[in-house]
Design a protein around this ligand. Structure first.
Ligand SMILES: [Zn+2]
Ligand SMILES: [Zn+2]
Length: 207
């Protein structure tokens, strides 16, 4: 087991007490990840408003779960990390985990509107709302933008760390390396200034 403290510190073989302290001392906009092995972890993110995100993943990308941050407390986070540390099977049943998936529809689903199974499909090896694969495919047809009177080729989703995982999906829109992001994705680079397209001051010409 290894505890990653906001990418600034690592604790090997942390104890339950050490993890508890790390959670209690976690500042806003900081995260903790407790990893058993590649793809098998529990993680929390401390939101600026004081709430916590809680996720755990059991190997496959389609076994990546999360909880609604409005329904959990710091005590839940402490308990989830503690159960993961001992690899207790109770972790899977102690909360009403929801599958983490890509696409706008599924993320808006809450208890009152349970997703019907037909609205979720597997694509690029992960679960996403049924209409999202079409958005991804349509995005591949859009190869360039006209910006400030000049044509630019769109920037493909690529690995930030070339030694890293070659099959890494965009965490935002779910496309593979070498595919175009779905337009509007926060991760898409601007071909004109190399900033992030949704944040930079360049504009796409509308004709
Ligand atoms: Zn993307
Ligand atoms: Zn730009």
């Amino acid at each position: 087991m290894r505890l990653n403290i906001n990418d600034s510190d690592q604790l090997d073989s942390p104890t339950d007490a050490e993890i508890r302290i790390c959670i209690k001392e976690l500042g806003p906009d900081q995260f903790l990840v407790l990893t058993l092995q590649e793809g098998c972890f529990v993680q929390t993110y401390h939101n600026a408003d004081g709430s916590f995100e809680l996720e755990y993943r059991q190997g496959e990308a389609n076994r990546h779960y999360h909880l609604d941050s409005t329904r959990i407390t710091v005590a839940d986070v402490v308990r989830a990390f503690s159960l993961f540390l001992t690899q207790s099977e109770e972790l899977a049943i102690a909360w009403d985990w929801q599958l983490l998936s890509f696409g706008p529809d599924v993320q808006l689903v809450d208890e009152s509107t349970q997703p019907d199974r037909d609205s979720i499909v597997e694509y690029n090896g992960v679960l996403m709302s049924a209409d999202w694969p079409q958005e991804i495919e349509d995005a591949q047809e859009l190869r360039g933008y006209r910006m400030h009177g000049e044509p630019f080729d769109r920037v493909l989703h690529s690995v930030s760390d070339p030694i890293g995982k070659q099959d890494e999906l965009c965490q935002e829109c779910g496309v593979k390396i070498g595919q175009f992001h779905v337009p509007g994705c926060q991760q898409e680079d601007c071909p004109r200034c190399a900033g992030k397209l949704v944040q930079c001051s360049c504009e796409i010409d509308i004709d």
